[in-house]
Write a protein that binds this ligand. Structure first.
Ligand SMILES: [Fe+2]
Length: 133
């Protein structure tokens, strides 16, 4: 389970809120992997939600990094593009396989390890450049 803590704070409250929403949904995905019955509609909704939310979140975060001249800006853009490419491949698998437990497991592992490492390595550098309020 992803558990929010102050180590993930970026200094931009809206970015943190968006990260928390992503944590919640990735944890929901984890709960689904433990369930014996996985309703296809629930998986569909979650995959589509993540897809849309992630794109908007990435855009917003990139704008913040640009505005504050964050040293992570370029690395962040590249990392986001790489994640979206990986997500796109997983989505193709999903379209072929459907909502199997193996797919959910794979998506969950990919999303949870990526977001954890990405926030701690790239996103939190925002904290060093965002003006304190
Ligand atoms: Fe990021």
């Amino acid at each position: 389970m992803l558990q929010w803590s102050s180590q993930y704070e970026t200094g931009v409250p809206l970015v943190d809120t968006q990260h928390k929403v992503l944590f919640e949904h990735i944890n929901k995905l984890e709960a689904m992997t433990h369930s014996s019955h996985i309703p296809a509609g629930d998986v569909d909704r979650l995959v589509h939600f993540l897809e849309g939310y992630v794109v908007n979140h990435f855009k917003f975060e990139e704008q913040c990094m640009n505005r504050y001249h964050c040293p992570s800006h370029e690395e962040n853009i590249q990392a986001h593009a790489a994640f979206l490419a990986a997500f796109g491949k997983l989505k193709v698998e999903y379209q072929v396989q459907g909502p199997t437990a193996a797919f959910l497991q794979k998506l969950h592992t990919a999303a949870s390890s990526w977001i954890h490492q990405h926030i701690l390595k790239v996103d939190i550098r925002l904290k060093t450049v965002v003006p304190k309020t």
